[in-house]
Design a protein around this ligand. Sequence first.
Ligand SMILES: CC(C)CCOP(=O)(O)OP(=O)(O)O
Ligand SMILES: [Mg+2]
Ligand SMILES: [Mg+2]
Ligand SMILES: [Mg+2]
Length: 143
Amino acid sequence: MSQAPVVGVAVFVVKGDKVLLGRRRSSVGHNTYALPGGHLEFGESFEECAAREVKEETGLDIKDIQFITVTNNVFTEAAKQLHVVAVIMRASLVDPEQLPQNVEPEKCDGWDWYDWKNLPQPLFQPLETMLKNGFSPFPAKLN
Ligand SMILES: CC(C)CCOP(=O)(O)OP(=O)(O)O
Ligand SMILES: [Mg+2]
Ligand SMILES: [Mg+2]
Ligand SMILES: [Mg+2]
């Protein structure tokens, strides 16, 4: 019997042309590079969940947290099948000099900044799909 869909919140923490990614250690998307984020908890706003998950996972404080899109993800390879509606947010650092810490080493190999035009591989499937669909977390540059 498959579980009902759950809601996840993932955050593009942007710094210049770079985004923060970490390689997951998880039954879902193991060894793939993903945004910080996690399950929406009871009563949270999307912004509160974004700030909490980024703080819990990276120690970073974020601001200007904005909703940018939502994706529908069904994970069939996981031991237990999982259907996640992922609310995608964008944010920036309160302190641009703050360094990310790997607060949950059991869930992540570590966080680093990656140039949007040169992302590491393999990407977590939901992020891969967004790229394939031409998504960018950066506002289009008016030439
Ligand atoms: C699977 C994912 C899209 C939604 C849950 O994210 P997550 O596994 O990072 O969850 P937590 O950070 O809440 O542990
Ligand atoms: Mg988390
Ligand atoms: Mg997480
Ligand atoms: Mg969580």
